[in-house]
Ligand binder design. Structure first.
Ligand SMILES: [Zn+2]
Length: 318
């Protein structure tokens, strides 16, 4: 649906959409940036290369003022509005490219960012099941004899609960997840996260194991968040405590937010979803804008978001 609006966005004046919307903070998010997309994400979503990412960043810096997590918390508390809208940038899943590729680009442009990590994957202890699916798809696509046995499209639809069949298929196609973790090190290590934090980046939580929260009971949701934020509060205590819901926050109810704000050792100051420009479910909850599309124009992606938001607002008012 939103993609129809994105198709029209390049023909509309971005500055006018921006002014009309009155949006105070833009929160785009990515997973990683790479000139050579790694097999564990290559088949999941389109990734920006370094020049596409730099071009998007330049577009955003022309229209927005970049802010870090502490400024965001202050702006939320005080209701401050800047001369230009603010830009709060974040990255999910804690991939190693954040250290090797993304952070150097951001530092060159003096842009702060928050990196949301899955605490169960830090130090390459476990591989996210979607990454396992991508690795298997890659092995099949690289080997024509396997393509007559497996259908890559139906494989890409396998879910969190299909873990056993994933392991079986991996054995058949000769993919070893543990060897991949040990040799390729797809995730950031704690020492790298500490370096990133010392460079001014914020480390946030993205759950322990990246489940789909809409399939969990409220108790299971709370357990995932608590396990993750206890780790973040322990290793990164002197920063705002931020959490982004894995996949989306569908199925998460407002009482969870109130509860999480008041916990001494698993505190969350702000939480984030992935629904684009939209109001959150609680004063401490915000929605971010997904940036990973096959087309790479920031004007098209962000302009489409603004256009969609304005049309929705107009319809509700009408
Ligand atoms: Zn994620």
């Amino acid at each position: 649906m939103k993609q129809h609006f994105q198709k029209m966005a390049p023909y509309l004046p971005f500055s006018a959409l921006l002014r009309l919307s009155g949006v105070r903070v833009f929160m785009p998010f990515y997973h990683l940036v790479s000139d050579n997309p790694p097999p564990h994400v290559k088949h999941l979503y389109p990734i920006c290369n370094t020049s596409e990412f730099s071009a998007q960043l330049q577009f955003m810096l022309k229209h927005f003022t970049p802010i870090g997590a502490s400024e965001l918390v202050r702006i939320v508390q005080t209701g401050t509005r800047g001369r230009k809208p603010y830009l709060f940038l974040s990255f999910d899943d804690g991939f190693s490219e954040l250290y090797s590729v993304v952070a150097p680009i951001l530092m060159r442009h003096s842009v702060p960012a928050t990196f949301f990590v899955n605490t169960g994957f830090v130090d390459n202890r476990e591989l996210f099941y979607r990454c396992k699916v991508s690795l298997i798809a890659n092995a099949i696509l690289c080997n024509p004899s396997l393509q007559s046995v497996y259908n890559v499209n139906s494989l890409l639809k396998l879910g969190y609960t299909d873990a056993t069949s994933l392991t079986d298929i991996a054995n058949h196609v000769d993919v070893d997840f543990d060897t991949y973790l040990a040799t390729q090190k797809p995730y950031l290590e704690l020492s790298q996260l500490k370096t990133l934090a010392s460079q001014g980046f914020t480390i946030g939580g993205h759950s322990a194991t990246h489940p789909n929260f809409s399939t969990l009971t409220p108790e299971q949701q709370l357990a995932e968040v608590t396990q993750c934020m206890s780790w973040v509060n322990t290793y990164f205590p002197n920063q705002p405590q931020l959490f982004s819901f894995p996949f989306s926050d569908i199925g998460v109810e407002a009482p969870l937010f109130s509860h999480l704000q008041n916990q001494p050792n698993t505190r969350i100051d702000l939480a984030f979803g992935t629904s684009g420009i939209k109001r959150g479910k609680h004063p401490m909850h915000f929605q971010r804008i997904p940036m990973e599309y096959s087309y790479k124009s920031a004007k098209k992606i962000l302009g489409g978001e603004l256009f969609y938001y304005l049309v929705k607002r107009f319809l509700y008012l009408g």
